[in-house]
Design a protein around this ligand. Sequence first.
Ligand SMILES: C[S@@+](CC[C@H](N)C(=O)[O-])C[C@H]1O[C@@H](n2cnc3c(N)ncnc32)[C@H](O)[C@@H]1O
Length: 206
Amino acid sequence: MNLSDPVVDISLFSLPIGKKDIFRSEKPLVLEIGFGEGEFLINAAKRDGSRNYLGLEIKRGRFRKAVRAAEALSLENLKFLHIEAEIALRQVFRERMFDLVLVNFPDPWPKKKHSKHRMFNQKFISCLAKVLAGGGRTGIKTDQLSYIEQIVAEFKTSGLFRPAYPPPGFIEIQTGETETKFEKHFREASQKIFSADFLNLPSQTD
Ligand SMILES: C[S@@+](CC[C@H](N)C(=O)[O-])C[C@H]1O[C@@H](n2cnc3c(N)ncnc32)[C@H](O)[C@@H]1O
């Protein structure tokens, strides 16, 4: 595998894969789920060589756009996987391998009849807990108040994480130091942006 090729080809490995399969290094590892066109991860990887950055995206067009942008930069600490997130968390990654998992603007599915499609449910949260290091953090941003409230409730119900913020468990953020495409769009429309962070509790086996 070429170290600066941004695409991870999981068919080259026996599963589950670990940090060293992807990056050949044990640096702290950040995962972004649903990276869209990848601008957040690309900027983060460019600015911070002390960590490795891996992104998952299900939409092929967005994935390809991010790959093209990353190819021009030849960064060794940035990789992308074209895969559905829950499948990846459940079947592809070794346990406890991520230090930070970020989900920037998960699809909101605002209509009640569609809310079953939202990413954060008990199954997904338990998959997250398994791949995050004990004490590792997950950070979520959304412009939807009802969604962030539901996310806080789901994490609380899971008993697997501790909220990093006091009640109500999320904050409204004013400035985006690393804005994503969706974040820029929401700010320009003067929409509020909410952020919640959760710390993974050590499991019985840690
Ligand atoms: C609202 S967009 C946000 C994109 C980007 N994070 C941003 O802030 O600009 C949500 C992204 O998550 C991706 N996505 C949704 N469900 C996913 C899943 N189950 N696995 C991987 N990616 C997913 C979508 O394809 C889309 O690109």
